[in-house]
Design a protein around this ligand. Sequence first.
Ligand code: HMG
Length: 423
Amino acid sequence: MFAQTPVGIEAIVAHVPKHFVDLTTLAAANDVDPAKYYQGLGGRRMAMAAPYEDPVTMAYEAAQALLERYDVDPASIGMLVVGTESGVDGAKPIASYLHGLLGLSSDCRTFDAKHACYSGTAALRLSADWCAMRAAESGRKALVVATDIARYGVGSSGEPTQGAGAVAMLMGDRPGCFGLDPHPEAVYTEQVMDFWRPHYRSIAVVDGQTSIRSYLRALQHTWDEYKRRSGLGWDDYDYLLFHVPFPKMAFKAFRLLHEREARNGGVGKDTLEEAFERRTQPALWANMELGNIYSGSLYLSLAGLLERGDERVAGARVGLFSYGSGCCAEFFSGRIGPDPDAWRDRIGIVPGLMRRHELSYERYLHFRHTFEELACEGSCVDTFHGADSGQRISFCGIRDHQRIYSRPRPYLVSYSPSAQALK
Ligand code: HMG
């Protein structure tokens, strides 16, 4: 038996894009009963990336905020892994853009992980293993960023489940936010065509009902296997979090587990609704505001639970289910840190929501159209956008087949030579 180094999340930040569409606006445009989106899917609003935002800029906003708010030395990052399914290039990873923008050391391994929404978990689990082997002796940390934009066709059934956002997590051997339990993993893989995005398309192809069945099948397998391997059962979890393509999916997932465990007489006196209200609902408020952020959805729930959870949260055990279409899934668990000061006022979801602007349906269509235009060679507009909403980096389009990013022009300051220069 190996000695286990405790590893997990030392710091966590979520980036909220500056625009959103209310699902009632979308329902009116699609001539759909708004109750279908609100009650049937459980959503409220979906975050919209502006044309000058992309998965790189969102990852930067989350990661830079993490370095600042938790006072992390960039030189301490020995591995940077981006989990994403919104890759902006067939070869060059988002992680390499991010590495440059953050000014990390060249002595840092960088790459993207890809397997649809599972990619965030792939990045996190790999980083955790790396930290378990290396962090104690080297003192170095791994930075994991899950960043995605979920886009479906206009008027399609997937459209109300769109969203955008990024979650950055610092992994290390002092997991004040969330320590991973050291139990054997429970994963499930099956080749299934439920959701995919061929290189020639900017939006995904999806078979919605197949994807829901596949998600639930994977949950059933990983739950049973994790229970067998870890010895943890229903009563051991204070919270159960799930990948959230739309909030009602978390309810379907919870219901599946509750019904299975109830058959064995293991769920106590709580009704399904009471148990869901206590164990999963407190984590869903941010997902209801941002929509599906794919690789980061599960971690947005965790961030939401930390940011707004009540006093029960500190020290609580959480079971997490991650699902990525295609498919790969995993059930694992951990404990929230004992001291809320480790994350208090630093996650950033509520302040992000307070800065948002609502889009009309016409403006939403305009954003989509401009996004397509900027994705073409020669589109670079040479202008920094988004400064009015506090954006620190802006995607300006493509020139010479290169994606161009710019920062706001600094205010002119009078030149004053440093003491070093005067020597
Ligand atoms: P749909 O065909 O529009 O919806 O697609 P529906 O007809 O199945 O209705 C949805 C729910 O609304 C149903 O409730 C209806 O009864 C209810 P349920 O039976 O499921 O409990 N409803 C109403 N409720 C109240 N008032 C009304 C009303 N009308 C109907 N008037 C679907 C829904 C989710 C399939 C679609 O949005 C979709 O394809 N979304 C994208 C795929 C997806 O999210 N799949 C989830 C699992 S796969 C996954 O999570 C992976 C993913 O994140 C990608 C990745 O891994 O990279 C997607």
